[in-house]
Design a protein around this ligand. Structure first.
Ligand SMILES: Nc1ncnc2c1ncn2[C@@H]1O[C@H](COP(=O)(O)OP(=O)(O)OP(=O)(O)O)[C@@H](O)[C@H]1O
Length: 262
């Protein structure tokens, strides 16, 4: 099993060309995510979170600077960098198992090994009893679990998650947060997780980042330990801890502070 890999941004800037005018999206991003970190990234709408994630995914190259994964420059999308979007992107004509096995199948992984990978990750996300169902027979939360298993079956060193629980109801979202922490602890992947929710950022992150908008910069970067409490401490108790509430306050403050222009 591959393990989490480091992600490094060096002097990264990015802008979009809108009708001939450059619109700045990212400015002076110097940031390293250590292997196995679960880094959550919050910030107001339009501050550049998705752009940052897309650079790591290899969906677009930075205008300036470099993005490397495990010391290698990102040159385009690759299976070692799995992406989980807000809306699951599952093939409706394949079963749940078929969707999870698709990546390994396209990579030419032998049938028995594919089945083993699918079993392992379907079990990890709790869908082992739904392997023969079609995606449209599943609830939104189950579809998102299936998408996570599909990404993990490629054994990526990095998992990029762009508001993956944003479309789910509150209860399902909290359940999936706890499950994600279990998956993270079990697999040791490096995870970059974008969210609009301060609570989600603090609950999940082993490190919490906040970006400010126009142009997007990292304005807050603090370690967090709550995800590491794991199943030993109930989620409600974690959320009531004074240090948890204090970190939420600091993150909220960083999100709402006026943009520093120098
Ligand atoms: N393809 C594009 N063409 C032009 N401008 C873009 C494009 N993609 C993003 N932008 C602009 O770049 C800035 C950053 O966008 P981005 O989607 O990265 O922000 P975000 O923080 O992920 O927003 P949200 O939280 O609303 O998803 C915004 O001003 C946005 O309008």
């Amino acid at each position: 099993m591959s393990h989490g890999r480091a992600i490094a941004f060096e002097g990264v800037e990015h802008h979009f060309d809108v009708g001939g005018t450059p619109v700045p999206a990212l400015d002076r991003i110097d940031l390293t995510l250590e292997p196995g970190e679960l880094v959550t990234l919050a910030g107001p709408s339009g501050c550049g979170k998705t752009t940052l994630l897309r650079l790591v995914a290899g969906f677009l190259p930075p205008a300036t600077g470099s993005v490397t994964v495990g010391g290698e420059p990102v040159r385009g999308p690759a299976e070692e960098r799995g992406v989980v979007f807000q809306q699951p992107t599952l093939f409706p004509w394949l079963t749940v198992r078929g969707n999870v096995e698709l990546g390994p199948r396209l990579r030419g992984v032998a049938k028995a090994e594919r089945a083993e990978l699918a079993d392992r990750y379907l079990r990890l996300v709790g869908l082992q009893d739904f392997a023969q169902h079609r995606p449209y027979e599943l609830s939104g939360g189950m579809q998102q679990r299936c998408q996570i298993a599909r990404v993990l079956a490629n054994e990526p060193g990095i998992v990029l998650m762009d508001e993956p629980f944003g479309a789910l109801d509150a209860l399902t979202r909290e359940r999936l947060q706890e499950e994600l922490l279990e998956i993270w602890r079990a697999t040791g992947r490096t995870i970059l997780f974008i969210t609009h929710s301060v609570d989600e950022a603090v609950f999940l992150g082993s490190r919490v980042l906040v970006m400010s908008p126009r142009p997007g910069r990292i304005v807050f970067d603090e370690p967090a330990v709550f995800g590491e409490h794991g199943a030993r401490v109930p989620a409600d108790e974690i959320r009531a801890l004074p240090e948890y509430v204090a970190l939420c306050d600091r993150v909220r403050h960083a999100i709402h502070q006026p943009t520093n222009v120098d």
